[in-house]
Ligand binder design. Structure first.
Ligand SMILES: [Zn+2]
Ligand SMILES: [Zn+2]
Length: 238
């Protein structure tokens, strides 16, 4: 369940809806959004438009979850559930034109509740507590750790204007999302691990889905990004 849900966060909330790093059809895109929302990190349009804002104002006062600006706990989890931020549909207009996504965004609590009910039907109370609830809590904290820990701990390959880091441990737990300095330097790529040794399980799954035709046009890392990476002798320690 953890792997399944983490893929929903990385491929759904993040790489597709926030960054359009690959293409897919409307039905599979909707299923990806449902899977992402099973993690209870609110609506997919809410998540994506706030994440785009994070990249626009990274680690500046307007960055809603910068640990440097707001402290660890606010940047880690409090900003999600303090109820002060609505979805600004004008900032995610490219996906807000699809009515099914707007409805899903407003009813964001339905997918996690349904997943909990289905888990109870098949696995009973222990299934709800461990398979469902524990997985959701671990996925949420892993996701939020990208906002907090990945802007504090790790190495910096690229001299970006923010504090983003590459963190191999978070990359393994988060199925690739921990290569966060790579991602802040070049956000449009379908892969966050730029080299074969930078394990990126979300990207590997996307490659499999592309092979069977469910997704396509996975955006690559451009040559100029690799040239910039190779111009730096070794990752810079914080
Ligand atoms: Zn970031
Ligand atoms: Zn991003």
């Amino acid at each position: 369940m953890f792997v399944f849900l983490m893929f929903g966060v990385g491929a759904g909330y993040h790489r597709y809806y926030s960054h359009r790093a690959f293409k897919t059809g409307r039905v599979f895109g909707f299923l990806l959004a449902v899977l992402a929302q099973c993690t209870a990190q609110r609506g997919v349009l809410w998540w994506a438009h706030h994440h785009r804002g994070h990249h626009r104002h990274s680690d500046e006062p307007a960055d809603i979850h910068s640990p440097g600006q707001w402290g660890f706990w606010h940047s880690h989890i409090l900003w999600v559930y303090d109820g002060t931020r609505a979805t600004d549909y004008s900032k995610i207009a490219d996906f807000a034109r699809y009515p099914e996504l707007v409805v899903l965004n407003k009813l964001w609590v339905v997918p996690p509740v349904l997943l909990g009910v289905v888990t109870y039907m098949f696995m009973g109370l222990s299934g709800v507590c461990v398979t469902f609830a524990l997985s959701v809590v671990l996925v949420c904290h892993s996701t939020f750790a990208i906002n907090s820990l990945s802007h504090i701990y790790g190495t910096r390959r690229f001299d970006t204007s923010d504090d983003s880091r590459n963190n191999w441990l978070l990359a393994i737990i988060m199925m690739g999302e921990g290569w966060h300095n790579n991602h802040h330097h070049y956000q449009s790529s379908a892969r966050a691990g730029f080299y074969w040794w930078e394990v990126d399980i979300t990207y590997y799954i996307l490659r499999v889905l592309a092979a069977v035709g469910l997704v396509w046009d996975l955006r690559p890392v451009p040559r100029h990004v690799y040239a910039a990476a190779e111009a730096v002798p070794s990752p810079v320690a914080p």
